[in-house]
Design a protein around this ligand. Structure first.
Ligand code: 6PG
Length: 227
């Protein structure tokens, strides 16, 4: 496994700012960005929109989605829309959202089709669950073994308990940069297992590394406490 370049900062706000700077840089350079869901990246998205309001050079993708309509409060797309897209002066060249409202199987098939022929991503952003999950790849789920598909449907392995659509590990890792953003003391155990321990299906985050590029992590001090 490639090593992870770890940056630890004082608090969640500073971590969000660093990641926002990285997102804004990619928006200026163009290319492709894969967004993550959950609550931690919200502040990074808000700050990224402030730093760079023109995202017309990039295409946006998602690492996972909950199977709910796009305006549902649990939707990862809805979070990114409110925190990022609605604050931009110029929208991304393409917004490839996962259609959670189709259900996990049809939604995964549709997204796999959308990804057909798409090369390595430029930047994949990932959060980390307290159980060590990334995207909607949950500990010891059979989805971790899938290598012949880019997108799969999954049961929920974590709150909110709705079905999921998720990129598979090989597709998530096919990126020039894979960047973790993790904050909070409830993540400290998972961070230690994902970034410092032997890779294991018990901690999907330990299996998420850029295949041919760099893997970085921006952590706040609380999340880094057990490293
Ligand atoms: C999702 C995510 C998921 C998330 C982690 C951390 O759809 O839930 O993409 O992998 O990144 O659960 O979420 P928090 O930032 O809310 O802790």
């Amino acid at each position: 496994m490639s090593r992870v370049d770890i940056t630890t900062v004082a608090d969640a706000e500073e971590a969000a700012r660093l990641v926002a700077q990285r997102l804004a840089k990619q928006a200026r350079e163009g290319g492709s960005i894969v967004l993550t869901g959950g609550s931690t990246p919200r502040r990074a998205y808000e700050l990224a929109a402030e730093l760079e309001p023109d995202w017309s050079r990039v295409e946006l993708w998602w690492g996972d989605e909950r199977c709910v309509p796009p305006d549902d409060e649990r939707s990862n797309f809805a979070m990114a829309k409110a925190a990022l897209l609605d604050r931009l002066e110029r929208q991304p060249a393409a917004i490839h959202r996962m259609h959670g409202e189709l259900g996990s199987e049809a939604g995964a098939d549709e997204y796999a089709h959308e990804l057909d022929g798409v090369g390595p991503f430029d930047l994949v952003l990932l959060g980390l669950g307290p159980d060590g999950h990334v995207a909607s790849l949950f500990p010891n789920f059979p989805t971790l073994d899938v290598t012949d598909r880019t997108v799969v449907g999954s049961d929920a392995g974590h709150d909110p308990f709705v079905d999921r659509i998720t990129l598979t590990l090989p597709r998530l890792c096919d990126t020039r940069e894979l960047l973790f953003l993790v904050a909070g003391e409830d993540k400290a155990d998972a961070v230690a297992r994902a970034l410092a321990d032997t890779p294991s299906q018990e901690t999907p985050g330990s299996l998420a590394r850029s295949a041919a590029g760099v893997t970085r992590a921006v952590l706040d001090r609380a999340a880094a406490a057990k490293l």
